[in-house]
Design a protein around this ligand. Structure first.
Ligand SMILES: Cc1cc2nc3c(=O)[nH]c(=O)nc-3n(C[C@H](O)[C@H](O)[C@H](O)COP(=O)(O)OP(=O)(O)OC[C@H]3O[C@@H](n4cnc5c(N)ncnc54)[C@H](O)[C@@H]3O)c2cc1C
Length: 317
């Protein structure tokens, strides 16, 4: 979230001092960022956010709660949206603020997922003092900065290479599993047809992503197409993880997160890591990946919300 989101926002909206200080530390990995947008009553309707920041001399005093914060337990910095004023239009009076997670008054609690992961957190802020120098953009005018960041969150990177790797795993599983009568699943025409269809969809996504990357490297922003990218890549990923479960068959039934790779996309608690895994290696993570991927159409703004944005910004409906 440092390289993919905070960095681009600082380049686009930060002061020289903020760029000089934070950008090298993002690149070196010295600072590891998380995103404090969502709150218990502000998800799709993000402008309803309630976490407050009250001016006190050169500082802002923050109180409130963020939820679903990915990597909140590991990050040493968080970029937050806070309410600095109450206006008739809720998008006004929001400020984009960089907060050092080591500041007194911050408590992080993990949220455990069905996939076995605990990488999302709930974060509580009690009288947390943050220098005004950490405001990106202007006080009360953070909505523009927040929306700019979302373009990069949804469309500033590529998913096709990862999906290609997942597709290769599908083929390996289809070769390694059979129908119970010794016929490998890859030999069935409907399995082959579905694999071919998914390969075509990955190639299609790759073409779109290359176009967006080309625009980015020419200095343009990701634009509203980022909503299309996010929707396509998450729904395609869900189709792939769904098929992986079907191909894994009986091997998907034993939930075996201990067999999932360390440092892979699915992070797990490896307590009891000496278990013997069942089934072909390509199928070991099918269940954890499937469960993890259910969230893909929710995070970074749900796919329903992305369709609303596409209808408005691209189709002009
Ligand atoms: C795994 C995971 C990681 C996340 N990581 C982060 C993070 O790091 N930082 C962060 O700030 N947030 C994070 N989030 C939060 C995420 O952005 C929100 O969950 C998301 O925006 C949806 O908000 P909500 O959960 O409050 O659902 P709601 O907004 O309550 O939505 C509930 C349902 O109603 C639908 N809906 C709501 N409004 C509309 C509408 N206008 N039109 C059509 N349908 C609508 C939604 O599509 C959804 O299906 C994460 C969430 C998950 C699941």
């Amino acid at each position: 979230m440092g390289i993919g989101m905070c960095g681009p926002v600082l380049i686009g909206h930060g002061t020289k001092a903020q760029k000089d200080h934070f950008l090298p530390r993002i690149l070196s990995g010295e600072d590891y960022w998380c995103q404090g947008y969502s709150e218990p009553d502000a998800g799709s309707d993000l402008a309803r956010l309630q976490m407050t920041a009250v001016e006190d001399g050169d500082d802002l005093i923050c109180n409130g709660r963020k939820i679903w914060t990915t990597h909140g337990h590991a990050a040493n910095w968080i970029f937050c949206l806070v309410r600095t004023a109450r206006e008739e239009i809720p998008q006004k009076g929001i400020t984009f603020l960089l907060i050092d997670m080591r500041t007194p008054g911050i408590e992080t609690r993990p949220i455990w997922f069905i996939s076995g992961e605990g990488v999302q957190s709930e974060i509580f802020f009690s009288d947390v003092r943050v220098p005004k120098a950490n405001v990106v953009g202007r006080i009360d005018d953070g909505w523009t900065v927040a929306k700019y960041l979302l373009l990069f969150e949804r469309g500033g990177s590529v998913a096709a290479p990862g999906l290609k790797a997942s597709h290769c795993r599908l083929i390996e599983t289809a070769r390694a599993t059979d129908d119970g009568n010794g016929h490998p699943l890859i030999s069935f025409p409907d399995v082959r047809a579905r694999l071919a269809q998914l390969a075509a969809e990955v190639a299609n996504l790759e073409a779109i992503e290359l176009r967006v990357m080309s625009a980015l490297s020419a200095g343009q922003g990701p634009g509203p197409e980022s909503s299309m990218q996010k929707t396509l890549n998450t729904e395609l990923s869900q189709k792939i993880t769904h098929m992986a479960m079907e191909l894994a068959g009986v091997y998907a039934a034993p939930f075996q997160p201990h067999a999932t790779e360390i440092g892979g996309r699915v992070q797990i608690d490896r307590a009891g890591g000496d278990h013997v895994a069942a089934g072909p290696a390509s199928a070991w993570s099918a269940t954890t990946r499937y469960f993890n991927d259910r969230a893909a159409s929710i995070y970074a703004g749900t796919n329903e919300i992305q369709r609303n944005i596409m209808a408005k910004a691209i189709l002009k409906i």
